[in-house]
Ligand binder design. Structure first.
Ligand SMILES: [Zn+2]
Length: 69
């Protein structure tokens, strides 16, 4: 997991979840920003919006299987 901060103070985290794609089982690239997390599978081009929770020992991601209106 790589964390860095932009010159204007925003924090981002980019990391890869191996086998994280629910559609094809490929690796999903996660980009976490202050406004939320985005996931992208380069293999099947599946886009996801995982829920992100910050834990004392790391970040927990959960993929919602229901679409919220
Ligand atoms: Zn995929």
């Amino acid at each position: 997991m790589t964390q860095f901060e932009t010159p204007n103070g925003e924090r981002f985290a980019d990391f890869v979840l191996p086998d994280g794609c629910m559609m094809c089982g490929g690796s999903v690239s996660i980009r976490a920003t202050p406004s939320g997390a985005h996931g992208y599978c380069a293999k099947c081009h599946w886009l996801s919006r995982p829920q992100m929770r910050v834990r004392p020992n790391g970040v927990e991601l959960s993929f919602s299987t229901t679409v919220l209106a």
